[in-house]
Design a protein around this ligand. Sequence first.
Ligand code: CTP
Length: 404
Amino acid sequence: MSLQGKHIVLGISGSIAAYKSAVLTRLLIKKGAEVQIVITPAGREFITSVTLSALSGKPVVSEFFAQGDGTWHSHVELGLWADLMVVAPATAATLGKMANGIADNMLITTYLSMKAPVFVAPAMDLDMFQHITTQRNLETLQRDGVRIIDPATGELASHLEGKGRMEEPEQIVAILEQHFSEKSDLAGKRILITAGPTYERIDPVRFIGNFSSGKMGFALAEECAARGAEVWLITGPTALSLSHPAIRRIDVESAGEMHAAALQTFPEMDMAILSAAVADYRPEQMAKRKIKRTEGEGLSLTLIPNPDIAAALGHIKREGQLLIGFALETDNEEVNALRKMERKQLDFIILNSLRDEGAGFGHDTNKVTILSRSGTKRSFELQTKKEVARNIIDTTFSSSQIIY
Ligand code: CTP
C-alpha cells in the first residue's frame, strides 16, 4: 500500500476528461491517500466541486479567497503539505501556463509553490497535442523536472481517433504507486556520472570519436536517481534522453570540456562513476577551415594526449568519496583492469571484455566483472544495462557502506 497516508494535490483543468478525475480521486482515497483538489475556473465547467469534495472528503480549492469569509487559501502551505502533485487532466492551456509561470489561477500558483514531485496527465485533441507549441511546453516541463504521463491513443471528444486521451485513472494510480515504491537507499547522496563518447575536432566538419552510445551511463543515472540520489550526468554527444527529474544533464563535446565539468562538480559529490569512453588523444591543432582534399596526397594528423579524467579525480579524491571506473579490454583483461584501478586510484573497476558477445558499445546488454580495491571480485552473466546498473550500485555502494 505505497499510497497509504500520502498527501496528494490533484489539479484539475478544463477538459472533458475531468469526469475521470472523480474516478481518480476515489481510487486514490481507496488506496489510503489524502487528496486535496485544486481546480481551475475552466475545470469547474466540467465537473462540480460538490462531487469532488464529496469524494475527497475535503473542500475543493479554486479561488485565492474562500467565498463568504474571505479566508486566504495558501498555495504555499499546499506546496509544503504535498508528497506529490498530479495535474489530471492537464489541458494545453494549463501546460502552457505551467511551462511559462503564468500564475493567474490557484492551480498554477500551487504548482509554482510545489516542493514535491509533479506529474501531469495531458488531455486534449490530437491536433492540439501534436502542435509544436504543446510539444515545446511539454519539453520545457520535462526539463523542469515535471513527469509527463503520456496520453493514450483512442477516440477523442471530437470523435477523431488519435493521441490525446488522458491516461486511464487506474494507470495513473499505478504510475504514482510506482513512484512511491522506488527504493530510496541513495537518498541524500550526490552522484556524478560521465557517459558517452567524446568528439575531438579536426576541423569544423570532422572529428575523432568512438562508438560509445552512452547507454550504460544513462542506465546508471536513471538507477541512481530512482534510488533517491541527486545525479549530475556529464555526457558526450548521444541521441539518448532521460526520464527522471532528479538528473541534471550537462552536455559536453570534447574530453577537455568533460574534464573541466567533472573537476568542477566532483568536490561536492559522494561518488563518481566514470563510464564515458573518453578519447585518449586529440588533434594538436584544430583547423579553422575545412581541410581540403589534395589529389593523390595523404594527410597526417599530430595527436596529443587528453587529460585522464579518472586519474585527475583520483588525485583530488577526499576520504569518504567513492570513485568507480570502467575498463574495456580486449586481452589480458583482469590484469589490465587491476592496473588501471591502481593507476587512477579507483575504489572499484567495472571490467567488460570486448571478447564477450553482447557486451560493450552500442548494445542494450552488458557482461561485467566488478573488481574492488580491497580485492573482491563479482562476475555477472550477460544482462540488460538496466540490470547491470542495479548490480553495480548494489555491489559498490552497499559494500562501501561497510568499508567507509
Ligand atoms: N577515463 C577517463 N579519462 C580518460 C580516459 C579514460 O576518465 N582520458 C576513464 C574511463 O571513463 C574509464 C576508465 O578511465 O572509467 C578507463 O578507461 P579506458 O579507456 O579503459 O582506459 P585508458 O586509461 O584510456 O587506458 P587504455 O585506453 O590504454 O586501455
